[in-house]
Write a protein that binds this ligand. Structure first.
Ligand SMILES: Nc1ncnc2c1ncn2[C@@H]1O[C@H](COP(=O)(O)OP(=O)(O)OP(=O)(O)O)[C@@H](O)[C@H]1O
Length: 254
């Protein structure tokens, strides 16, 4: 699917962290309705690339456009649902599941005042990820997979058009993975555009339209997901998952 208008465009994007070039001229376009996987070895710059998109990493050169607007002028942040690389949902602050998910809805309210529709959106987002029965629980009491479901509900609650997710399946148990895959499938069926960092395509593979593979801060491949182009078409990488201790030989992706 390459017919939609660009929802996200990066052109020649460079970024340095700790005095080191981490993005060395990234070109990446995601069009409306596409599901694009950002792949590559540990340290290749995947998280930095998406953090530059949402403004968490300063860009030293190049351009980023969101929904046709220059990123610095872009204000409609509710149109983007961001799921950061997994941390605890509360970041050490005691909070209930409902509170965390509600925080994702603030961008849709005036002065943070919740109306009926906002409360309904929170309930709906929790239902989407199968967490409605945990609404009042403290997030600290949740498993890793449940945490991740809450973070995804927080990203969905503003009804965004573009979902940007950093390894949404990382450290997530199988049951939660299936729920997340189903949730994503539903979002995509409803027309959501998705850019997600993955270390393997896994259960999301059927959803992926295109894969962009980074190496050393550059785009190595932009096209069909690697399985479709053959296991040997691209160089292999060692990918060490941040939540795993033993290095895993992953080929390119698995
Ligand atoms: N805040 C920072 N300060 C200095 N260097 C950083 C910082 N954040 C990331 N880096 C470095 O930038 C490079 C790219 O990191 P990034 O997290 O974007 O990679 P990644 O492809 O997402 O890797 P992973 O699969 O491990 O999450 C790495 O070498 C990393 O050490």
């Amino acid at each position: 699917m390459t017919t939609g208008e660009p929802v996200l465009a990066m052109r020649g994007v460079r970024a340095e962290l700790g005095g080191r070039p981490v993005l060395r001229g990234i070109d990446l376009t995601v069009r409306r309705g596409e599901v694009v996987a950002l792949l590559g070895a540990n340290g290749s710059g995947k998280s930095t690339a998406i953090r530059s998109v949402i403004g968490q990493v300063p860009v030293s050169a190049g351009e980023i456009e969101l929904f046709g607007a220059e990123r610095r002028a872009f204000r409609d942040w509710w149109r983007i649902g961001y799921v950061p690389q997994r941390t605890t949902a509360a970041g050490g602050v005691p909070a209930t599941v409902t509170e965390i998910v509600s925080s994702g809805r603030l961008s849709r309210t005036r002065f943070g005042l919740f109306r009926k529709a906002d409360h309904a959106a929170v309930r709906h987002a929790l239902e989407l990820v199968g967490m409605a029965d945990r609404a009042r629980d403290n997030v600290e009491a949740l498993s890793g997979g449940q945490h991740q479901r809450v973070l995804i509900a927080r990203a969905l609650v503003a009804e965004p058009e573009l979902l940007v997710m950093d390894e949404p399946m990382a450290g997530v148990d199988l049951a939660s993975q299936e729920i997340l895959a189903a949730t994503l499938r539903e979002q995509v069926a409803q027309g959501a555009t998705v850019l997600l960092v993955l270390h393997e395509l896994g259960p999301l593979e059927p959803l992926i339209d295109r894969a962009v593979v980074l190496r050393d801060g550059c785009v190595l491949h932009d096209g069909p997901p690697p399985r479709a182009v053959g296991q040997h078409a691209l160089p292999g990488h060692d990918h060490v998952h941040p939540h795993e201790h033993t290095p895993q030989r992953t080929g390119l992706l698995n």
